[in-house]
Design a protein around this ligand. Structure first.
Ligand SMILES: [Zn+2]
Ligand SMILES: [Zn+2]
Length: 202
């Protein structure tokens, strides 16, 4: 595809490459903007709750202006291609879930993928993988949103407003840490990086 929409190209530039995962995030973001009838967030009026950390999240950040730094991108490790986008101004929110099936890879294609991801691919395998990825991407771009996403109004449940916490000094590494994240280790203040997690496995 030669004539890519500007916003799609921006997402590709930010992410570093064009791939099916990024494209799913791009299409989900477009579906959410359309459903909410809003534009990209200049400030923090939009908030995105994402349930996986794959390539698609980079498109969400570019298209919606929801980023970790601004505090309006919330990541939940659910392993789902689901994106809840809320508008803080109106309280309206939409959940966009990928429902369409990617065409499964054939055993030969799986073998190519494994070779590519292990860094052992031959130039021919690299080329075959790139071609396959762009075919899968084109297929996604040519389907309608209704064919690949479930788009539903949902109630916007946001975590409490960001608070300002005092900083304390970790007595082990000497670095400043937010009080709410500090621990005690042998009776001394410790940051999480200096604390070994105590766990009994549950
Ligand atoms: Zn990618
Ligand atoms: Zn420390």
């Amino acid at each position: 595809m030669l004539n890519r929409p500007d916003d799609y190209q921006k997402a590709i530039d930010f992410h570093g490459h064009c791939c099916p995962g990024l494209t799913i995030g791009y299409l989900a973001a477009k579906a959410a903007l359309e459903h909410l009838k809003v534009e990209r967030a200049e400030d923090e009026e939009l908030v995105a709750i994402v349930e996986s950390d794959g390539c698609g999240i980079d498109a969400i950040q570019v298209l919606l202006g929801c980023t970790i730094g601004k505090g309006n991108l919330i990541y939940k490790d659910h392993g789902k291609q689901a994106y809840t986008i809320g508008n803080r101004k109106t309280g309206q929110a939409v959940r966009v879930v990928m429902t369409g099936d990617m065409v499964p890879l054939t055993p030969e294609q799986e073998a190519i993928k494994t070779a590519v991801f292990s860094g052992q691919a031959t130039p021919e395998q690299e080329e075959a993988w790139q071609k396959l990825q762009s075919e899968r991407t084109e297929r996604l771009l040519s389907a309608t949103p209704a064919q690949q996403f479930k788009v539903q109004d949902v109630e916007l449940k946001l975590p409490s407003e960001a608070k300002i916490f005092k900083s304390v000094i970790c007595e082990y590494c000497g670095e400043k840490v937010m009080e709410a994240r500090a621990r005690l280790k042998n009776g001394k203040i410790a940051c999480l990086a200096c604390t070994e997690e105590y766990t009994r496995g549950w």
